[in-house]
Design a protein around this ligand. Structure first.
Ligand code: G1P
Length: 302
């Protein structure tokens, strides 16, 4: 098992979106609406992830979903009936926007596979194994919203093409207490945005964490990850962890972290979602008045 050397690397063609989670932290909002469809203002979370993958040149998107979340399929695919109705009513601008957001199967291949049981992120990625194209694969967790240009996956894939490591994970610095909520990279060196690493640990106690570099939900993984996942035993939380499978292959394949440019929001938490909405609105002039008038109240309440 060796990673392709950087000079002959094939393009990263597939992105896997694990979207089977039940989103219990956002109940009751997620009782009938998948958490990936919760809006950051007027854009569902999954739209940001799709756009990031499109901008990175991804050819096939594999959504690992759950049978109770058919609304995701409805959202992701084109809806010719709705488009027709809008055009008949003269709402062409709105129809154009819908078309821009939806995935056109002639431009990007779309696959849905089901993860019936919540056996962990590693298991979710394994569910996509039969649908991936050759070469390394990207994994995007839509809960981790990363705003900013260039898109995180675009800059990661560019860095991956020039790196020798088989696996690359996006990372950010966190404080001591936060390490137990993330996969933590064992860092051995740094070259610009790329961190050399020799392993990673899922949700360690602060005193056992090998660094403060936390993995956020963007991965570019050597295609051999699926073979490793097939024999991956459950780890932290009794789940099949992607982190453990990456760590197992890392000695032979090489592993690195990537310090991305944008700002990451943990939209799996209410605080993160609210911050994302405020940041997203802050970039749009039409909301400036609302934000300006809200700010003094927020400050006064502190
Ligand atoms: C997952 C991964 C973890 C990673 C995190 C990023 O954890 O297992 O390694 O740091 O996503 O958001 P989860 O948040 O699903 O518990």
């Amino acid at each position: 098992m060796t990673a392709q050397s950087s000079s002959h690397r094939k393009p990263v063609r597939t992105a896997i979106f694990p979207v089977a989670g039940l989103g219990t932290r956002f109940l009751p909002a997620t009782k009938a609406t998948p958490k990936e469809l919760l809006p950051v203002l007027d854009r569902p979370l999954i739209q940001f992830a799709i756009d990031e993958a499109r901008a990175a040149g991804i050819e096939r998107m594999v959504f690992v979903s759950h049978p109770s979340k058919s609304a995701i399929e409805h959202y992701v695919l084109e809806d010719p009936e709705l488009e027709k109705t809008l055009r008949e009513k003269g709402k062409d601008k709105m129809a154009d926007r819908l078309c821009d957001n939806a995935l056109d199967p002639e431009k990007v291949e779309v696959r849905f596979v089901m993860q019936d049981e919540p056996l962990g992120l590693g298991h979710a990625v394994l569910c996509a194994a039969d649908e991936v194209l050759d070469g390394a694969v990207a994994v995007i967790l839509p809960d981790d919203l990363i705003l900013g240009e260039p898109g995180c996956l675009s800059e990661m894939i560019e860095a991956y093409q020039g790196a020798d490591d088989g696996h690359m994970v996006a990372t950010m610095q966190v404080d001591d207490q936060a390490v137990q909520s993330y996969g933590i990279l064992s860092v051995t060196g740094r070259d610009g945005q790329v961190l050399k690493a020799d392993g990673m640990v899922e949700k360690p106690a602060p005193e056992e964490a090998p660094s403060r570099q936390a993995v956020v939900g963007r991965y570019v993984l050597d295609g051999s990850i699926f073979e490793v996942l097939k024999t991956q035993e459950p780890g932290a939380g009794g789940e099949i962890q992607l982190t453990d499978a990456i760590a197992r292959g890392s000695k032979e394949l090489g592993l690195c972290g990537f310090r991305f440019t944008g700002t990451r929001f943990d939209c799996g938490s209410k605080e993160g979602m609210l911050s994302a909405i405020l940041a997203y609105a802050g970039d749009r002039p039409e909301f400036q008045g609302v934000l300006d008038s809200a700010t003094p109240t927020v400050l006064a309440a502190e």
